[in-house]
Ligand binder design. Sequence first.
Ligand SMILES: [Zn+2]
Ligand SMILES: [Zn+2]
Length: 302
Amino acid sequence: MVEKINLTFLGTGSSIPTARRNHPAVLLKYKGENILVDCGEGTQRQFRKAKLNPCKISKILISHWHGDHVLGLPGLLMTMMMNGYNKSLEIYGPRGTKEWVRKYFDLIGQKGQSLDVVVKEVSSGVVFDDGDFCIEAVEVEHDCPAVAYSFVVKEKVRLDREKLVKLKIPNSPLVGELAKGKVVEIDGKRVDGKKLVYREKGRKVSFVMDTRYSDSIVKFVKGADLLVSEATYSAEESELADERGHLTSVDAAKIAKKGKVGGLVLMHLSQRYEAVPKVILEEAKGVFENVRVVEDLDEVEL
Ligand SMILES: [Zn+2]
Ligand SMILES: [Zn+2]
């Protein structure tokens, strides 16, 4: 069975929260991993509303250290600590992240030190790889060090168990050799492993938060099954978007189209679209059909 990747959009707003949209945060669940992408103020209450447990977080990926993406961290870390978080928490972020994490722990006070935290400053490239999945980062253009991330489940070669049963191949270490696609001799018969395996397609989810448009992002998200992107402004505000280092709805849709992604999810909408998120959606649709604007607590599974 293919393991699902589940996303919960905990906050879908931008710098100023609204009644409808909290500051940005997304939780990605895959097997035992709970990966939090950004942690705007109030994220821990969003966890409660979504009936999720912050103590299950395994990794936190910070896109950049603007307040709207990180001011929920001190509170979240404190809650994890008080609830007896007993794993090693990995925090990834752009240049400067080590210093920021230290400052945030100062805010919480000495007790914060009881959390086992490993901080990794990242730029462009693979930042984590356990053989099953990896996390990639790329530096993006904002007015402070900022990165985008991709979560990539690798393509796997699997043994077709039904074929094994049909051929009456008994369980033995030789089955492991077949799984590698090798030819082995079983009960005097040559069995070709290549005929007993199949490929399980890899999957990729990319997260592009605050950034100015650039072709390097297109390259980074190439072929993703899902692109989660900021779309702070409508295309009418493209000058403002460029000045402030943000994407418009159309910029995000262009990245999706050029990058040939499967689907596009838009978030990080400016408060000015509170009553009219449709503006953002319709504009993006004009460029890339398979797009949706998510609301707080929406879920997507793939
Ligand atoms: Zn932002
Ligand atoms: Zn920002």
